[in-house]
Each structure stands twice: as C-alpha cells, then as structure tokens.
Write a protein that binds this ligand. Structure first.
Ligand SMILES: O=C([O-])CC(=O)C(=O)O
Ligand SMILES: [Mg+2]
Length: 419
C-alpha cells in the first residue's frame, strides 16, 4: 500500500483546513431571541412532550429521520486488520462523507472501544434512539455476524453490517452483469471465494439466492471442507468436496478475492476458464493487480475495490442509497429482498447510457467487460437503488410509513438532486 505521493496528499487532506472530514450544521434559523426560545427552552419542551406521548413523532421533530450511526470497534478496518476504535475513525468519518455527499444522509461516526459481543450490542442498543438506522462497519468476523443478527432482531430501525451486505450487494450486481456479458447461467458457474470473513460469507449467501450452487471457499488456513474441524457455523455452511486451490481453480468461472494481497496467484488464474470473472477486492491493495490478471487471462472481466481502475466494486455503491431508501420509508429492517432489489437496480443502471456528467469525469463508458457496474458518481444510483429498496421494504411490510407511491418517490429523489 506504500505510495508516498498519495500518502502526503491524503494526510494533508485530512488535516487542512480543519482536522477531520465532517462537521455539524444546524438546519433552522437561529438569529434572535425568538429563535432561541423555539430551538431551546421553552419551545423545545413541546417537541419533547409530543415524542413522549407518541414516540413515532421523533421522526417529525428530530433529525432521527435522516440520521444513521456509522459504528465500528475497529477490529477489521479495511484490509488493515484490528487497528482499534480510535484508528478506525478516519474510515468512519469517510463513510459519513459518502452518506452525505452521495445520498444526503446525515451520519455520525461512532467508534466504540468494546470487542465483547454482548457489551457491544448493549452499547449500540442504548444509543439507538438517536438514529433512524445503524450502519455497522469494519467489525471482524465471526463476531460481526452475531452482533448484526442480534441488533437487527432487537432494534426497530434498520441495521446493516456494510462489510457483509454492502459488499455482497455490489459483488452480486457485478456478478449479475458479468454473467450476462459472458452468457453463463448461475447454476452452471463454479465460483472460488478467497476469504471467509464478513463480506465473503454474505456474498456467497447472496449468490445462492441467485441460484449458484458450486461455491468453494477458502480461509487463511485453506479450503473449507469436511476435513476441517475448526470451522464456525458460518463457515460450515460453505464446506465443499474440494481438496486444494489447484482443484478449486480448475475451470472455475469466477474468483472473488476478499482476502489480502497475493492470497492467490497468476498460476491459479491460469487454471480458470478462458474468460473468467476475477474480482480482487482486498482494500487498499488487491489480491492481484489488473495487469497481472490480464497477463494470464487477457479476456477476463476484472474488478477491484479501488477507484483508480475500471469496475470499482466497492460498497460505496450500496450503503448510502440503501439507507436513503430505508430511511425514507422508515424501514424497520433490511431483508434479503431489499438487498436483491438493490443489487438488481445497480446492475440494471450499468446498462443505461452514461450521463454527460459521468462522461466528463470518466470518459466514454459503455456496458461491457470494462464497465459492468455504475461509477459511484452516477447520481441516478440514488434514484434507482433507493427507490428499489424503499419499494421492496414497503412490499415486505417492513415500514412505518403506511402509504408508498413508487413513481412519486422516484420523482422526489430526482428533484432532490436536480436530475
Ligand atoms: O472502505 C472501503 O473501501 C470498503 C470497505 O468497507 C472496507 O474495505 O472495509
Ligand atoms: Mg468496511
């Protein structure tokens, strides 16, 4: 990851003109004594009383309606590992920036010094009244699974572990389009997954929903198969009959890298089908760089998690818009149907001609091997993904709002970003 030019620039970026990347702004007029009496005492007490009598009114009188908590304990930060809560703060502030800039969602970053599952859940539950949604971030597996399951069950606001589902949704969108370009059916695919952490398990679960059955998964100790006696229940769900990497890669149609640099090699790629799908998503340094992939499989469909190559498969395409949609219908949960709706919306958008704005930033892009998913700057993501999520939440009966008009909602999203 060592890159001296960008390092200096990045540190300057974080430091000036003000330390960090976010600040709080007020949304109401606050100029005189009258404003003071409305915003603060005595006026504020009326809003408190309304909420006390009807908790639902918090969505009317407070920022809860548009506020997401980005919560981490810093145990699995990017590909940097367990760097602790404080050191994770730049990433969490970064997520708050993306929420705001891409989807107009307000987000507080909350770094929690707590690795124990029970205590972590208690902390999140205790602070949850503040928020309309909880985005769990960079929490290591397997703890992340129990934490998300419990919080999703016990809270009445949507909870999503971004590294699991944000990433899974994007890799699914990319897989949907890659398989269409290559004309391979999901049920005929052999998929190798390198890594068995949060994102890997969630991606594999979504691929099963698409109809993929032949998945072989590796963790840092090797292939997940019957011989292993050290697997937790999440990994056990993905044991296969394969014995090693060579056998796994033989004629495989896709490899999904969610691991670390060099966790598989060009020699492995050379065993794959002639036109494989190769997603090397370790951040910030991919398992293999695109030029290495191309050197052995020139016809591959390649994606990384980074913004400096084509096909950025990164959860930034998902979480801002998923929460936008979930917040707008006051969703109670984020279920599989909402996630699949998001993945399909992302996939479909890549097939639309790009806008002039995108052309100015990225040059010409056309649906195909070098452009399988939209860029994060595509404003239409907010319209398409958020509305797909909102509609699916409503149809699943998981919303507080009682009425939902899909076309009206889409129109309001378009208006809010002037497209
Ligand atoms: O932050 C990113 O680029 C994607 C992500 O969530 C991670 O790598 O943990
Ligand atoms: Mg993350």
């Amino acid at each position: 990851m060592s890159n001296p030019t960008i390092k200096e620039e990045a540190l300057e970026y974080h430091k000036f003109p003000k330390a960090g990347k976010i600040e709080i702004r007020t949304t109401k007029s606050f100029k005189n004594k009258k404003d003071l009496s409305l915003a603060y005492t005595p006026g504020v007490a009326y809003a408190c009383e309304e909420i006390k009598n009807n908790p639902q009114d918090a969505f009317l009188y407070t920022a809860k309606r548009n506020l997401v908590a980005v919560i981490s304990n810093g145990t699995a930060v990017l590909g940097l590992g367990n760097i602790g809560a404080l050191a994770s703060k730049p990433v969490m502030e970064g997520k708050a920036v993306l929420f705001k800039e891409f989807a107009k969602v307000d987000a507080f970053d909350i770094e929690v010094n707590e690795n124990d599952i029970d205590r972590f859940c208690e902390i999140v539950k205790a602070i949850s009244p503040t928020f309309g949604g909880v985005n769990l971030e960079d929490i290591k597996a397997p703890e992340c699974f129990a934490i998300e399951e419990r919080l999703a069950e016990e809270l009445d606001i949507p909870v999503m572990h971004d590294d699991q589902h944000g990433t899974a949704i994007i890799t699914t969108a990319a897989l949907i389009n890659a398989s269409e370009i290559l004309n391979i059916k999901f049920e005929d695919m052999k998929i190798v997954i390198i890594g068995a952490g949060a994102a890997a398990i969630a991606s594999a679960n979504m691929y099963k929903e698409l109809g993929v059955t032949n998945i072989v998964m590796f963790d840092s100790k090797g292939v997940l198969n019957k011989k292993r006696d050290d697997l937790n229940r999440y990994k056990k769900a993905f044991i296969s009959d394969f014995q090693d990497m060579n056998e796994a890669f033989k004629d495989a149609n896709m490899v999904l890298g969610l691991s670390k640099p060099n966790s598989f090699t060009k020699e492995h790629l050379a065993l794959m089908s002639e036109e494989p799908i190769v997603f090397t998503l370790a951040n910030p340094t991919p398992e293999l760089f695109p030029e290495d992939v191309k050197s052995v499989r020139p016809n591959a469909i390649i994606a990384t998690g980074r913004s400096d190559f084509n096909n950025q498969v990164n959860n930034v395409l998902g979480f801002p818009f998923i929460f936008r949609g979930a917040l707008d219908v006051q969703a109670l949960k984020i279920n599989m149907s909402m996630k699949l709706a998001a993945a399909n919306a992302i996939a479909t958008l890549a097939k639309e001609p790009i806008t002039d704005e995108i052309r100015e930033i990225f040059g010409e892009l056309e649906f195909g091997k070098e452009y399988i998913i939209p860029t994060p700057f595509d404003k239409r993501l907010m319209v398409e993904v958020s509305s797909a999520v909102a509609k699916s939440a409503f149809e699943s009966g998981l919303t507080r709002v009682k009425n939902y008009n899909h076309e009206e909602y889409k129109e309001s999203l378009r208006r809010s970003i002037n497209i």
